[in-house]
Design a protein around this ligand. Sequence first.
Ligand SMILES: [Zn+2]
Length: 129
Amino acid sequence: MRVVIREVLNVGGFFAGETVTLAAQPWPDGGPEQTVTIDDAALTNVIARHLLAPGMILELQFAGDRVEQATLLGAPDYAGLRTAWRQPPILPTPTPRVLSFRCPACKVWAAATGDPPVCAVCGAAAPHS
Ligand SMILES: [Zn+2]
């Protein structure tokens, strides 16, 4: 499922384990907030769990009620995305590649996937520059 972070409730340290606990809402439909705890090891492309921030959009895969994988898809602004996102390795390409962009459809800074690049959140094509 996809969620948007509403609040970061706790970043676990030594005693609480290496987890981050979030209040999150289903994206993009909204709905009741839920508390989600993510283990550090489940973060697939986040540099460090304490860099997660309100407004970021995550794709969550559950195994039972445990989060098995959490992938950062987008953030409210460029700086937030670039701070937290471990971007895929940049391969040499003949033309400049779009790595992230402000998606006009979902109005977040989205990680770009694919070629031609599309929004990781909603799949809309990146605007041509
Ligand atoms: Zn989008």
